[in-house]
Structures are given as C-alpha cells and as structure tokens.
Design a protein around this ligand. Structure first.
Ligand SMILES: [Zn+2]
Length: 499
C-alpha cells in the first residue's frame, strides 16, 4: 500500500456548491482503498475563495518534496486549484516523483493527455473564481448605491446583517460623538484624547486600547455624518444609516486635523490659543510662555498691539460676561413672550432650508449630466460631488435640528438660564469649557493696542426688545455641550442674586 497524503479544502463562503469536509474525506478514503493506497496524514484547509496564501497547502507541498509520502489524493481539481499559481505548484509534483490522484475523476497524471485534461480543468476553475469575484464586486457596488455599507460596521455602529443599514451602538456611539466634540474643543491631542476615551470605556473590537491610527481613522471617517467612503476607489456614497456626529462638528474636526498636520504644529494647549485676533492687522494672537506666564502677542512684528498676559484676557472676558448677564427680571420677561413670532420664524426657516436642499439636489443631477456628456472628467466630478454632498448633509442636519415648538420653548428657557449665570458658569468651567463659553458668546474677539473688544452673538444681547431666539443667518446654534453646562448649576446650586 502506497502511503499518501489526503488534501481537503473547505470554503468558508456559503456558495451552495461546497462539499462538506466529511464528504470529501469519505470520497478520498474510498478512492484510496480501491487503488491500493493508504492515507497517512490529512491536510485540511479552511479558506475563503480567491485569496491566495494557504499555510496548510504550502506545508503539505514541503513535506511531499521531502519525501514524507509518495503521493497525494485530492477530492476535485476545482477545490485544489483555486488559483493558477497553486495549480502550477501542484502539477509539478509528478515531475518530482510524487503521484497525484483525484478522487472523483480517473486522471492519469503520468500521461500527457491526463495532465492536459487536469490543466484545462484548473483553468476553468480559475475562471470560475474570477467570475465569482466580479459578481461579488458588483454586489458590493449595488449595496453602496442603495446606501448600505457592505463591510463590517465602523466603531460606534452595529451590524444588522447584509441587507440592512448599520445602527448606532447604544454603548459606543455616544463615545464616538464625544471623541469628535472633545477634539473639536482644541484641548486634546490624539494622545490625550486616546487616554480620555479609554478612561471612559471606548475599546477596539478586541477589547483593547484604541491605537493612534485607529483614532485617526475614526476622526476622518465621513460615515459618522452619513456617508460611506471607499478608499480603494476613492468614491463616496450617501448612506442610509443614521449619522451620529453633527456635520458642523465633523467639519471642524477636519479643519483642526489639516491645521495640525501642517509643518508648524504646536503641542501646547494654551487656554486662549486661536481665540483672539489683532484688531489692527487681523493676525492671530499667538501664545508664548515666558517666565512662568503665558503672553499673547500679535503675529506681526512691530504691531502697535500690546502683548497681553493670559490673566488679563481672562479678566476682560469675565467683565464682559458681567455686562451681558441677564438680570433675573429681564430673564423672566424674555420668557414670557408670545410664541407665534418664533413659530413663524421656524416655518420660514424650514421652507428656506427646503428650497436650498432642492437646489443642491438639482445641482447634483446637473453634475451627473455633465459627467455623462463628458464635459466633466471623473476626477473633477468626484470632487464637486463631494462638495455638494457635504453641503446637502449640512442642510439636512440643520433641518433636523429645527426644534418643534415645545423644544423651542425649552431651548429659550435654557438660553435664558445660561444668560443669568454666565459669570458663575465661567468661574466654574474647566479650560475646555471656558473656550466653549467664549466661542458661543462672541463670534469675534479682538485686541487692539491694549483694548480687548468683543462682538457678541445675538442670543446674548437680544431678549429685552426682541426676544425671538431664532433669528437670521448670523445666529449661531449654541453648542449642546454649552447648554449641558447648566448641570453645574444643578450640582452646585448657588443662592439667588449671588452674582
Ligand atoms: Zn497686529
């Protein structure tokens, strides 16, 4: 009895044409006993179609060449020759004195005719695999066109099976959102953000700490605002899954990332970095540490704007907040205004947004026509399409954020509450929160000579004469996290009129 190896390959993909491991083993055993062969060792390979690199196969070839067996029995050629490179190695075995047997066919590998037949079957099998791969790609493109992500869910989402959109994971989605918000606050580097997220319980799929690279991938993934970007083709598709990060925050993170990836990045997190500009030359006021103090100076040499100590800016902010703070009676008046005005505003905003969305959708259609005409090449098309898709997402985001009447009333109340406690909140705030307060209260902060000047948003100045809180386009949405600062009031209640 001639000692032989038995080689079995099982595909992990559900193709419906697979023969189970046991069935293959049985066929080989029967074949062996009929042909006076004995199987001395089994080699079993589990694999996915079309991928090369099979450790078991390679190990078996090595042992065969070392003479550990005189032959090898395989089940069927298409199972063993998933790609032609493998087959070439296989079909060389008879030349090295190793017999090759196929359990389901009577092929004589010692004759030219038999080897030709086997080679032809291998070519057909390889072609079958290529076709399968193409079908697979077609299937994935189809999914993407439908807005479905054909691969595993990114962190923060859960898989629902092939034909369904990913859904936000109740546990990790809030952490992902937080990651964007914290990074957008400019108070974190990748390293410190990574630590903070780890502390709050964000883990990778294996339960370990996220890597810097992994965090980078998260922060640039447009999946979180509803898109699906495919790296290999460079294309971006509109997804049907629920976004978990506001578009404005996502865009801000991208701006900070591209800023920091530039040649001149600073590792320090100075309190007011990037918040003040010189009123004389519009250059940013850059922080500098000297003798234990942080100074801010205009970036232009010889500017008449003085260098200011951080504490001085801090005082100026505090004083300005004092003048903006709403007294309790004014706040009460602001809350007792009629709602219809606000409602009309809301309706107008909604229809204005609707028009803009329709407009962008038209532009997208026209753009596709231009591509079909050949007026635009694929590259420019993709870029312009990206711009429009981003704008559309932004508008849809705004639309979603338009509050209903009750929410509006609550929002109004919260803003009034914030305005009553600006100074207290500022005093209680940590560094990131201080920056957030400054950015939410004043769109423009400048220093001219030794004067600090602030230009407030309408939400902090309106109220006495015009209490409508949803104004024109110059109005900025107050960050949700800013409103959350109110929790500081609840946890440490101050006595009325203490400010
Ligand atoms: Zn200047």
């Amino acid at each position: 009895m001639k000692p032989c190896f038995g080689y079995i390959r099982v595909s992990t993909q559900k193709q419906g044409e697979g023969v189970s491991l046991d069935a293959q083993k049985d066929a080989i055993t029967v074949f062996a006993s009929r042909n006076d062969l004995t199987v001395t060792k089994w080699f079993e390979e589990k694999e996915t179609a079309a991928k090369s690199g099979r450790p078991v196969f390679t190990a078996m070839l090595k042992q065969l060449k070392q003479g550990k067996a005189q032959g090898v029995i395989i089940h069927k050629i298409d199972r063993s020759a998933r790609n032609l490179r493998d087959w070439a190695m296989f079909s060389e075995l008879p030349d090295a004195g190793v017999s090759v047997y196929v359990a389901t066919e009577s092929l004589d590998f010692n004759s030219r005719g038999g080897r030709l037949t086997a080679d032809i079957q291998a070519v057909i099998a390889a072609d079958y695999i290529r076709n399968l791969r193409e079908e697979c790609i077609k299937g994935m493109n189809g999914r993407l066109q439908q807005g479905l992500f054909p691969w595993g869910a990114p962190p923060g989402y859960l898989n629902q099976g092939g034909g369904k959109p990913k859904i936000p994971c109740p546990k990790t989605a809030p952490l992902i959102k937080l990651a964007f918000e914290l990074y957008a606050s400019r108070q974190y580097s990748y390293e410190t953000l990574l630590d903070e997220l780890h502390r709050r319980g964000l883990r990778n799929t294996r339960g370990g700490k996220l890597t810097l690279c992994g965090l980078g991938n998260i922060l640039q993934n447009p999946f979180y605002i509803g898109f699906m970007h495919v790296k290999s083709s460079g294309k971006t598709y509109q997804g049907v899954h629920e976004p978990i990060v506001p578009v404005a925050v996502w865009k801000r993170v991208q701006a900070i990332r591209s800023e920091r990836s530039g040649p001149k990045s600073t590792r320090h997190n100075h309190l007011f970095m990037g918040l003040f500009r010189c009123g004389l030359c519009d250059k940013p006021m850059v922080p500098e540490r000297q003798k234990g103090h942080v100074y801010y100076r205009c970036n232009r040499s010889g500017c008449a704007t003085k260098t200011l100590r951080e504490e001085l800016l801090d005082d100026a902010i505090r004083q300005e907040l004092c003048t903006l703070e709403l007294s309790a009676t004014a706040a009460a008046r602001a809350q007792n205004t009629d709602k219809p005005d606000a409602l009309i505003d809301l309706e107008e905003q909604r229809s204005a947004l609707d028009l803009q969305i329709k407009d962008q959708e038209c532009r997208l259609e026209r753009l596709e026509d231009l591509l079909i005409d050949g007026t635009l090449d694929r590259h420019r098309f993709t870029r312009k399409q990206g711009d429009i898709q981003l704008r559309l997402a932004e508008l849809q985001d705004e639309m979603l954020k338009l509050p209903d009447v009750d929410a509006l009333a609550e929002y109004q109340e919260q803003l009034a509450e914030l305005r009553k406690n600006l100074v207290y909140l500022y005093d209680m705030a940590n560094r990131a929160e201080k920056r957030m307060i400054v950015e939410n209260v004043w769109p423009n902060r400048t220093v001219s000579r030794n004067e600090v000047a602030f230009e407030p948003y309408s939400w902090v100045t309106r109220g006495k004469s015009d209490p409508t809180l949803l104004g024109g386009t110059q109005e900025r949405d107050v960050d949700r996290t800013f409103i959350d600062l109110l929790d500081k009031l609840r946890t440490e209640p101050q006595s009325d009129g203490a400010a």
